[in-house]
Write a protein that binds this ligand. Structure first.
Ligand code: HEC
Length: 245
């Protein structure tokens, strides 16, 4: 199965590269700009300049301010961008950086490959309620039940898995006890997230109906069982990358 996916990815990459010359001729080698095949036009020649992938990536996407070089990230789609960037790096004699593979259509600065994988895992629908975004919001997606992860420095799988619960309490309401996160204490009501089920539930109790103590049974490790250590390392790379932006 893995092999088939690799093969498909390789074919995809090959197709994307083949598009390179066509996108270049249509968009870059026109009129007053780069000569065909990257020879000198009015704009600089690109052949044999040994460009860094990162440089071509940035300049192609964002353009160069106050020059004739426009940014292409809104004018080309992700696969066209990918193909034309790879083509320009290639004809310049530079080397493709595997870390930038597949990132040309991303918004914002280049996301490294492991962080990109981590991002997919974080929001992975296949993991259902067991995915991180069930309880954490990042990049304006997901639900902010758990703490804001950008101020955390839990950047390895062990900390991500086990953490040390500090906010979760044992809640007692009548004869019922459950692990809970206090959301809001209003004058006449207490709002909590009930963590008893995989999908936390928001509940409101009238004044005096619920009390809290330490000793909650909830463990972060139980919330992340759908992830392997390697998965969590990628997720950690994503968190680190988000925090560094
Ligand atoms: C079922 C909900 C749930 C899921 C799913 C979940 N978390 Fe959490 N997470 C929490 C809660 C609640 C806390 C706070 C625990 C506490 O402080 O007692 C927390 C804490 C954390 C912390 C510590 C933050 C800090 O500053 O203390 C990190 C980091 C974290 N989660 C990352 C993740 C990642 C990454 C995933 C996915 C692999 C994930 N979580 C999945 C609910 C969840």
């Amino acid at each position: 199965m893995k092999r088939i996916i690799c093969l498909m990815a390789a074919m995809g990459a090959a197709l994307a590269q083949d598009m390179g010359p066509a996108v270049f001729n249509k968009s870059c080698a026109v009129g007053y700009c780069h000569g065909s095949g990257g020879t000198a036009g009015r704009a600089p020649k690109l052949l044999g300049r040994n460009y860094e992938h990162q440089f071509v990536w940035k300049v192609t996407r964002d353009g160069i301010p106050n020059t004739g070089m426009p940014g292409w990230k809104e004018r080309l789609n992700a696969s066209e961008l990918e193909a034309v960037i790879a083509y320009v790096v290639k004809i310049s004699g530079g080397k493709l950086d595997p870390k930038l593979a597949g990132s040309a259509g991303e918004s914002g600065p280049a996301i490294p490959a492991d962080a990109k994988r981590g991002k997919q895992l974080f929001f992975d629908a296949v993991r259902g309620e067991g995915r991180c975004s069930t309880c954490h919001a990042l990049d304006e997606m997901g639900i902010a039940i758990g703490p804001n992860l950008l101020s955390s420095s839990a950047f390895d799988h062990d900390t991500l898995r086990n953490g040390k619960p500090s906010a979760v309490r044992l809640a007692k309401a009548g004869s019922e006890t459950f692990s809970a996160l206090l959301v809001e204490q209003r004058p006449n009501e207490t709002v909590v997230y009930d963590l008893a089920l995989p999908l936390p539930v928001l509940r409101t109790f009238a004044k005096g109906e619920v009390s809290f103590s330490s000793g909650a049974e909830w463990r972060h490790s139980k919330a992340v069982t759908k992830y392997t250590d390697a998965d969590l390392d990628s997720v950690a790379a994503y968190l680190k990358w988000m925090a560094s932006r």
